[in-house]
Design a binder for this molecule. Structure first.
Ligand code: SIN
Ligand code: FE2
Length: 215
């Protein structure tokens, strides 16, 4: 397994692999995102009930995708909310990543693509990833493009948080206690990377949704 940074005082199960993907691999991932979103275009997610737009736009890879809208809220769907077509398959580099940094004996079902856009000053509020039926499998996330300040707190809302600046090519794993900790992106350092064709930051978050053997 590749080596990761021991991040002092971060929740147990938090792992940071700085520069996991080489610049060439980062280009290949961006190419996969580009072809993915030709098939499954970025959509505008909205908050349950209020219908307020999130500042990021989203798409997904894999048999399931995370979506949200005013009417039906946060959930996983096997098709794109607008085209109603299945999501494109998970790129091979990401299949390999999951197998290298997790010991989980099944593939992730959902890979959420978040695009943080400079013109929207996109960020991500503190939240827990808990829309999955499977809350034990780790979450693996990849940063591409502009750097970002990732923040992580505890299992309860509020309280102190720790910050870590993530750069293009970095990988973060949330396993064990860290899996159910609040986290978010408080700031993106826009304009620092030329990797994303229209600028900004792309985050890819891989998740197992169901227990092994459940549909
Ligand atoms: C998220 O947790 O939803 C996104 C994290 C990130 O963009 O790094
Ligand atoms: Fe998250």
């Amino acid at each position: 397994m590749p080596s990761f940074n021991k991040t002092a005082n971060f929740p147990p199960g938090f792992k940071h692999y700085p520069g996991y993907f080489s610049p060439t691999e980062q280009q290949a991932l961006i190419k996969s995102v580009k072809s993915g979103v030709m098939e499954a275009p970025f959509f505008q997610p909205t908050m349950p009930r209020t219908g307020a737009p999130l500042s990021v736009v989203m798409s997904n890879f894999g048999p399931l995708g995370w979506v949200t809208d005013r009417e039906r809220g946060y959930r996983y769907e096997s098709v794109h909310p607008k085209t109603m077509a299945p999501w494109p398959p998970l790129p091979e580099l990401l299949v390999r990543l999951w197998n290298e940094v997790t010991a989980y004996p099944a593939a992730p079902e959902a890979t959420l693509i978040n695009w943080y856009r400079e013109d929207k000053s996109s960020k991500m509020g503190m939240h827990v990833d808990n829309d999955e039926n499977n809350l034990r499998a780790p979450v693996v996330s990849v940063s591409l493009g502009d750097p970002a300040m990732f923040r992580i707190g505890g299992p309860k809302r509020g309280g102190t948080t720790k910050g870590l600046k993530l750069f293009s090519g970095d990988v973060v794993v949330l396993d064990r206690e860290a899996r159910l900790c609040h986290h978010g992106v408080s700031k993106v350092y826009y304009g620092e990377s030329a990797l994303v064709p229209k600028g900004g930051r792309i985050n890819l978050t891989m998740r197992r949704v169901n227990e092994i053997g459940d549909a």
